[in-house]
Write a protein that binds this ligand. Structure first.
Ligand SMILES: [Zn+2]
Length: 438
């Protein structure tokens, strides 16, 4: 099975089948029903979130023999031609390879002629931001006075690279990244219909790797099916994608929190012996820490991978091990480390050193961070001391001398306060240095 098979087979053919873009679909369906068709649409968003699929469905909705209708039949000859990609009136142009002025001039020539068979001439220009400036200028002339039967649909991953003169003439729809749960749901439908034998954990790892792109998720699933004849496991997916399974990331973090360096060094050895790449591990660990941050700050469930109750509890536990700035520091160190390790011929030694670096930073930061409650206590003591000293000054010198004689305890206390001030200053300074480093 090649990867086109699944993505093509499962490409949405109706507005209702487009996943995760309800806010756009509703408007487009209404526009078709009410015949309020714009001459130019701009679909922006990351790759694999349904821009081109939606453009094709819109082309069918406008041109279906039973339409214009928000529910194209997918059976008439025009619908079928559009699905096959050989409808003369619906043209898909790749902006990346047809970016010059000649191509756009040719397009302008063709725009003048009314559609051959369909109601509308639809031009779908993918990656439109790749067009050259002269090409944009030529396109602009058409957009300024478009014939009523022409509909442009521009798709782009980089809308900010389009000239304002173009975007201002388009109805702009921003496609969202698709949520992990929506992708998982769709994958489950696919594996059920396609009778693909795969574990839930494996599917979830695919969802994570796809990073909100439906198409990427389908592609990975396809790759996987040709990888093994047996039930596909999380390990298979991890192997194919060069990722590291969650149990590793959990254990590394657990050891780090308990400063169990030796255990982490053994784990590094095991990881590399299993043929995992250092890069895959580092990038997985970074994401792991990122998830800990999301949990720590009480971020949206949407921003997290899909977790079962057990995993959720594990992550919450690990999030509580660290302070926010410690986790941010880990992520910082790991990004730097990732660049280093790419060119390293000794990943093992580097990884071992990394374990020490992270855990010793933890020790250093511990001193700093224990202080947060402690710091305010110290600060309070300083204020108290100041108050006492002032009140002492205001009283008579004799009285003060007497007090000193009578209460040696308080005298000792003063000494103690002085020590506390020195300590507090040290901590304040360390904090400032630390902040500067960030
Ligand atoms: Zn039709």
């Amino acid at each position: 099975m090649s990867y086109q098979v699944l993505t093509r087979k499962w490409r949405p053919q109706l507005f209702e089948e487009v996943v995760g873009q309800d806010h756009i679909i509703r408007i487009l369906k209404n526009a078709v029903s009410l015949r309020r068709i714009s001459n130019a649409y701009l679909f922006s968003g990351q790759r694999g979130v349904g821009k081109t699929s939606t453009a094709r469905i819109l082309a069918k909705a406008l041109n279906c023999e039973k339409g214009p209708t928000p529910a194209p039949c997918n059976k008439c000859s025009i619908c079928k031609q559009i699905i096959r990609g050989n409808c003369l009136d619906v043209l898909e142009i790749d902006g990346a390879s047809n970016r010059g002025i000649d191509e756009v001039r040719e397009l302008r020539e063709k725009v003048r002629f009314s559609p051959v068979k369909a109601r509308f001439k639809v031009y779908i220009i993918d990656e439109v931001h790749m067009l050259t400036n002269p090409a944009f200028n030529a396109l602009l002339k058409t957009l300024e006075e478009p014939p009523s039967y022409v509909v442009f649909i521009f798709a782009t991953t980089n809308p900010h690279k389009l000239p304002q003169t173009i975007t201002s003439r388009c109805q702009h729809f921003e496609f969202r990244g698709i949520s992990a749960s929506a992708i998982l749901l769709r994958l489950k439908q696919i594996v059920e219909k396609e009778k693909i034998d795969i574990t839930e954990e494996a599917l979830r790892l695919i969802v994570e790797a796809a990073e909100n792109s439906m198409r990427d998720a389908e592609k990975i699933l396809d790759q996987t099916t040709s990888y093994t004849e047996e039930k596909i496991t999380e390990k298979d997916i991890a192997d194919i994608l060069g990722m590291v399974e969650k149990r590793y990331l959990f254990q590394f973090t657990e050891n780090l929190a308990h400063k169990a360096n030796l255990s982490n060094i053994k784990l590094v050895d095991q990881l590399l012996k299993e043929g995992k790449s250092a890069e895959g591990f580092i990038s997985g660990w970074q994401k792991w820490f990122r998830d800990l941050i999301i949990i720590k700050i009480g971020g949206k469930q949407d921003s997290l991978p899909i977790l079962n109750l057990n995993e959720r509890e594990e992550l919450e536990k690990q999030a509580s091990y660290f302070k926010l700035n410690q986790i941010i520091y880990f992520i910082d160190v790991l990004s730097e480390f990732r660049q280093k390790i790419t060119f390293s011929s000794e990943p093992q030694i580097h990884l071992e050193l990394l374990m020490f670096q992270l855990s010793s930073s933890l020790a250093g930061m511990d001193n700093l961070n224990l202080k947060e409650p402690e710091l305010s206590a110290i600060y309070q003591k300083i204020l108290d001391l100041e108050k006492r000293l002032t009140s002492n000054h205001s009283s008579s010198k004799i009285k003060k001398e007497e007090e000193k004689k009578n209460s040696p305890d308080e005298n000792g206390e003063e000494e103690e306060f002085k020590k506390i001030i020195v300590k507090a200053m040290d901590i304040f300074e360390a904090e400032i240095v630390n902040n500067d480093r960030r």
